[in-house]
Design a protein around this ligand. Structure first.
Ligand SMILES: NC(=O)c1ccc[n+]([C@@H]2O[C@H](COP(=O)([O-])OP(=O)(O)OC[C@H]3O[C@@H](n4cnc5c(N)ncnc54)[C@H](OP(=O)(O)O)[C@@H]3O)[C@@H](O)[C@H]2O)c1
Length: 348
């Protein structure tokens, strides 16, 4: 895509943003039901991710999912500055999420990290700021899954709450409108809900047809928290390090393919329709204009039928793709130890 030489404007073939549904949060604020992810999976350059953001805004997206660890917020900020200077869009037209990375959980670090994100994105507030992972842990971006940080720690609730208090103070300062969690489990979130002053508005979690997390999804919804679903297409472009021979492929599932054939769309589009109809907010990434557009059109056109939605319930493979190996804190552990499968937090 080479569009940077032209002034920012709304695309004539885009989607009217007022036609894109939104979900109400417990605060009364509304969030568009689809956002553009901005992780380039190590294969799409930061410049090209920023170009995707520019295309997406031109095509009618009003929701972006950013994170400091994606290392492209400064490039996205250049696009946002240009878009606002064009006068075509105002800050309040957009929902912008970012996330504090795992090595910035310490005292005072959350504010510094948020300030850096705001500076990079050229914003004076975020709509949503998430704790990216519940583990304080530094590992270099792009490192192998066998990498271990010598100072890795398990989930320690007292420490998480110290981080959460800093998140709450960002809301009190007015530089963040909502705060939320990511990569949590029921027992961890349960403890946070018991101790927080400001409840998470959203919980970002891996959600796609082959990884539906029904118990956690229902828990989140029951507690008045909005589930935001990452890797909603099953992350077909994810880095090699995040692939195993046991992983299944959502967009090749016969149920997904059959719905795609009925509607004459790509299976990816069907995954997004399913996500929105189920009640989560998907945040797909694409580096291709055509796909960016069809993903947005997915939520404003034909619905899946009741029968198709029922069939989707039967294709869950419990196939977690982003397993989190690098967060393991001692030898001899399996990645499943990170996810509290027996319903209690894995002991240190
Ligand atoms: N909170 C967290 O820890 C966390 C973890 C992972 C991801 N995320 C967020 O979730 C976002 C999305 O996740 P993801 O990038 O892993 O996976 P994804 O959105 O499920 O998949 C993206 C891939 O799907 C392809 N694709 C997109 N639309 C398509 C279409 N209409 N037809 C065919 N192919 C299509 C893209 O290829 P093309 O570029 O060729 O279209 C790209 O390779 C990330 O960007 C990030 O913002 C958050």
């Amino acid at each position: 895509m080479n569009i940077k030489n032209t002034a920012f404007k709304l695309a004539s073939d885009g989607v009217d943003p007022s036609k894109v549904p939104s979900k109400e949060l417990y605060t009364g604020a509304r969030i568009p039901v689809i956002g553009l992810g901005t992780f380039g999976s190590d294969s799409v350059s930061h410049e090209d991710v920023a170009t995707s953001v520019r295309e997406a805004l031109s095509l009618g997206y009003r929701h972006l999912d950013c994170a400091s660890v994606y290392s492209n917020e400064d490039k996205i900020g250049q696009v946002l500055e240009e878009v606002f200077e064009s006068g075509v869009l105002k800050r309040e037209d957009l929902w912008i999420t970012s996330k504090v990375w795992n090595d910035k959980h310490g005292d005072g670090d959350v504010l510094l990290s948020c300030a850096q994100t705001l500076k990079d994105l050229r914003l004076d507030y975020l709509d949503l700021y998430l704790v990216h992972w519940p583990f304080p842990n530094y590992h270099s971006p792009g490192c192998d899954i066998d990498s271990r940080s010598p100072d890795s720690k398990p989930y320690i609730h007292e420490n998480y709450m110290k981080t959460w208090r800093q998140m709450e103070s960002l809301v009190e300062m007015g530089i963040v409108r909502h705060i939320g969690t990511s990569n949590m489990t029921i027992p961890k979130l349960d403890m946070v809900l018991g101790d927080c002053n400001i409840k998470p508005a959203c919980n970002e979690m891996e959600l796609h047809p082959h990884f539906q997390q029904p118990d956690f999804f229902n828990y989140v919804v029951k507690n008045g928290i909005l589930p935001i679903g990452f890797s909603p297409i099953g992350s077909p472009g994810r880095p090699e390090r995040d692939r195993t021979s046991l992983d299944t492929v959502d967009i090749e599932d016969p149920v997904v393919v059959a719905a795609a054939e009925r509607l004459g769309v790509h299976s990816a589009v069907v995954c997004l329709k399913w996500a929105v109809q189920r009640g989560q907010v998907p945040i797909p990434f694409s580096a291709k204009r055509k796909n960016i557009l069809s993903n947005l059109q997915a939520v404003t056109s034909d619905l899946l039928t009741g029968e198709e939605m029922k069939a989707f319930e039967g294709i869950d493979r419990n196939c977690r793709l982003i397993k989190g190996h690098v967060f393991l804190w001692k030898d001899g552990q399996e990645w499943t130890d990170l996810w509290d499968l027996d319903g209690s937090i894995t002991p240190a």
